[in-house]
Design a protein. Structure first.
Length: 429
């Protein structure tokens, strides 16, 4: 039995309710027993641990919508254990893993494997998406109904679903089960390059990926959503025009949500510099105009959530010429401090920034009790120092892979403790 813990004098923030006040929070077992200025009005249980949280922020544990876990099949990049440890170090208490593993999570056995390994690891809560198509080949729908019944939190192929007829059927079929299709919008026949199309790509002699590759696929999908009434989530929005398209679609009342990741509001194509492969991402880093539009989209709520888009790769996949390097970067441990950059710069209030990391992604996954702090709710909590400065050092990251595009970047905001169901799964010493 986990012993009770009393967190004293913390700045308690619960974005779902708008709570933002200094007070105490008591956890007993797996639950939050009480919180606020009167949390100890009924006394403190015998043997409770007391944590002085003066000057620190106590918030719901982060919920990450998009994580690539190598297991099964790509354990040389990441395993469920190493990803869980990395997530805990980043203040993430729940995550959703993509299905494009080896074998692909396109059947009930795949979902059961992830659930069993998560139970054995016993760190953060791990949910799994089911593949939209068999083997993520984009040709035949998987058994969406069976996967939903087995616990899939949504459906995605990880990469784009190129066939519009297949996407139409997927949206209609998944909607019948109240499920969402999570799409990486990118028209494959336009996205054959390796970085953002434009002057910098031309100067470097690299094939470009035009922003329209994202926008065209997004526009197509939103028309299919309108046709089917389906539920749709656009992942990794990176362009100004995409933000405008989604803003208009939401005004029309479509059942859509979207997310972005820190590289798209913290970096631009200029950061690629002299062929730095750790900055090769999908979608690619865009222009400064696009970056500012992403920030504006987060500020006005057009972009709902922020994800890590954690894509681990071994050294051999990145230490090659830029054109041959793998796409993607790790991001679990830098998710919170990079989001806090927006707060420190005055672009977002802290409550809104935390909402994009907690209650909103939890709601998108249909797990509304997560990402919230309330009496009787799960004791999934992160304790962090909002202003504490540190420098990202890729080699010191807990993740098995070290391919961070934020290596050596100075940041502010340090996770001190992560709690899952009342258990401390990470504590900074």
């Amino acid at each position: 039995m986990t012993k009770p813990v009393l967190y004293r004098n913390a700045r308690i923030i619960d974005p779902a309710s708008g709570l933002d006040q200094v007070g105490d929070l008591l956890t007993v077992g797996t639950r939050v027993a009480a919180l606020g200025p009167d949390a100890t009005a009924n006394g403190v249980p015998d043997g409770a641990e007391t944590v002085d949280a003066t000057g620190l922020v106590l918030a719901p544990g982060l919920v990450d919508l998009r994580v690539q876990v190598g297991e099964p099949g790509l354990e040389h990049n990441e395993t469920i254990l190493t990803a869980s440890r990395s997530a805990a170090a980043g203040g993430i208490t729940a995550l959703a893993t993509l299905p494009n593993t080896d074998p692909v999570i396109d059947d009930v056995a795949g979902l059961e494997f992830i659930a069993r390994r998560a139970r054995e690891t016993r760190l953060v809560k791990i949910f799994a998406y089911g593949a939209v198509t068999r083997e993520t080949a984009g040709k035949e729908l998987s058994e969406i109904g069976l996967l939903e019944e087995a616990g899939a939190v949504g459906f995605t192929d990880g990469g784009p679903i190129a066939d519009p007829a297949l996407m139409r059927r997927a949206l209609a079929y998944a909607n019948g089960f109240g499920q969402t299709i999570f799409q990486h919008p990118s028209e494959p026949r336009l996205a054959g390059g390796v970085m953002n199309a434009g002057e910098i790509a031309t100067r470097l002699g690299l094939a470009g990926i035009p922003p329209m590759a994202e926008v065209i696929m997004l526009e197509r999908d939103l028309r299919l959503v309108e046709m089917t009434g389906g539920r749709y989530h656009a992942a990794n929005i990176s362009t100004a025009e995409s933000v405008a398209v989604i803003r208009r679609a939401k005004q029309r009342g479509l059942k859509i949500t979207c997310d972005t990741a820190p590289p798209y509001f913290a970096l631009t194509e200029a950061d690629i510099g002299d062929y730095r492969t750790f900055f090769k991402l999908a979608p690619p880093l865009r222009s400064e105009t696009d970056r500012r539009a992403i920030v504006d989209g987060l500020a006005d709520g057009t972009i709902d959530a922020i994800t890590s888009d954690h894509q681990p790769h071994d050294q051999d996949s990145k230490r090659v010429p830029f054109a041959q390097a793998a796409f993607g970067a790790v991001g679990l441990e830098t998710l919170l401090p990079l989001t806090l950059e927006l707060v420190h710069k005055g672009a977002l209030p802290l409550v809104r920034a935390l909402a994009a990391l907690t209650s909103i992604p939890a709601a998108i996954l249909g797990r509304g009790t997560l990402g919230r702090l309330f009496a009787g709710g799960p004791a999934d909590i992160v304790l962090f120092d909002e202003g504490r400065p540190w420098r990202v050092e890729a080699e010191k990251l807990v993740s098995k892979s070290k391919n961070s595009c934020f290596d050596r970047r100075p940041v502010q905001g340090l996770v001190l403790r992560t709690i899952v169901d009342g258990r401390t799964v990470f504590a900074r010493t």
